[in-house]
Write a protein that binds this ligand. Structure first.
Ligand SMILES: NC(=O)c1ccc[n+]([C@@H]2O[C@H](COP(=O)([O-])OP(=O)(O)OC[C@H]3O[C@@H](n4cnc5c(N)ncnc54)[C@H](O)[C@@H]3O)[C@@H](O)[C@H]2O)c1
Length: 353
């Protein structure tokens, strides 16, 4: 990509958690991040490093206008629905937004001759399958999503790969493991509603701001019996997107790349790290396993290193938890807002504005 004149990158879902961190990383590397987001779960306050175009990815006309107006050269596609549990009761909605929405985006990219895409995929495409809890996951591992959410991520990947072959698009699907932490500036951070991710829930429990934590299952074939996950600092994840934009790819190429550390951390290790950082216990109880929770999801990150030249720098559990704790104790936006409004587009009061 020509880096001479601040190339514009359309960041769908750039008002959300990972998109906002990536917009910051793009800005720092000399790109102009143009955020395209319907604010259904994102925040205006998280858009700080380039313009915001409010629109839906299923609205092809609005997408096309944004691409033309900003002379977009590449797209990073985060926009979508992410709650695994909700996907089991509204699978049609997840297919409509995550799969049909991606089809709409690809069609508009083709019309506007935008030939480079980085797509937010997920370790959810793997599920547990026949893999043992001790095995890390390489990109060619069996794909056995255990939720409609994972199905939509895999289906979107397949469609992107097919369109690369058919139309000469070049794309990288980054399969994130567990995104966590927050930008150390405190300007942006994780603000999902409902929050289903372990670290913010453990912090809320420790600070007495949320319910006591439920640990779902302590009878897995793992060292302490709780699930193993691969936590990746969101700033490291953001850098992986910038790296994926910059690599040489021939027209028609499609690459799927794991973004993780290669280290599994158990739920109880996370609980202990939060207790240590917060200086108090994390009230918790042990509940039953959740349906479809794989015992272990740990990346083999070799391809990210070899293809993207990327390795994590800030993904020790201590650094992730410290940055998450800083954000959760002083969030610049998010807390309590959606409970009353139900929308991400409401006015906020924020010290960071
Ligand atoms: N958070 C994780 O640990 C994780 C792990 C694996 C993959 N992912 C993927 O990363 C992406 C971003 O996740 P996140 O955690 O930042 O979620 P998020 O909910 O914070 O961000 C998603 C953004 O997309 C926007 N959006 C949703 N539907 C839209 C639509 N139809 N049109 C336009 N904008 C729309 C939302 O307003 C929001 O700003 C998702 O595609 C998700 O599947 C996330």
């Amino acid at each position: 990509m020509d880096r001479g004149s601040k190339p514009a990158v359309l960041v769908t879902g750039g008002a959300g958690y990972i998109g906002a961190h990536t917009a910051k990383a793009l800005h720092e590397q000399g790109y102009l991040p143009v955020v395209y987001d319907n604010l259904s779960s994102g925040f205006r306050q998280a858009v700080r490093w380039g313009p915001l175009v409010q629109g839906d990815i299923r609205d092809a006309a609005a997408l096309g206008e944004a691409m033309a107006a900003h002379k977009v050269q590449a797209v990073i596609h985060f926009a979508g629905l992410i709650e695994v549990g909700r996907s089991t009761v509204k699978p049609d909605l997840f297919w409509e937004v995550n799969v049909a929405g991606t089809t709409s985006l690809l069609q508009v990219m083709r019309e506007h001759k935008v030939e480079r895409l980085v797509f937010s995929s997920s370790a959810a495409v793997y599920g547990q399958g026949a893999r043992s809890a001790q095995q890390s996951i390489a990109e060619d591992a069996e794909k056995a999503p255990s939720s409609p959410y994972g199905d939509t991520k895999l289906a979107a990947e397949w469609m992107i790969a097919a369109q690369c072959r058919a139309y000469g698009l070049a794309a990288v699907a980054l399969r994130y493991f567990n995104a966590a932490g927050a930008d150390p500036s405190g300007l942006i951070g994780e603000a999902h509603d409902p929050e289903t991710h372990l670290i913010p829930l453990a912090i809320a429990a420790a600070l007495g701001e949320g319910k006591p934590l439920t640990v779902f299952g302590q009878d897995f074939q793992t060292p302490d019996g709780t699930c193993l996950r691969d936590y990746i600092h969101v700033s490291d994840l953001a850098r992986a997107h910038v790296a994926a934009l910059g690599i040489e790819l021939r027209a028609g190429a499609f690459e799927a790349v794991n973004v993780g550390t290669g280290e599994g951390r158990s739920v109880m290790q996370v609980v202990d790290a939060v207790a240590k950082a917060a200086g108090c216990q994390v009230p918790h109880s042990v509940g039953a396993r959740r349906a479809g929770d794989p015992p272990s999801l740990v990346a083999d990150p070799s391809l990210a290193r070899d293809l993207l030249g990327w390795t994590p720098r800030h993904s020790s559990l201590q650094e992730i938890v410290a940055d998450a704790l800083r954000w959760e104790t002083r969030p610049a936006y998010g807390k309590g807002v959606r409970a009353s409004s139900g929308r991400g587009s409401s006015p906020f009061t924020s010290s960071a504005d």
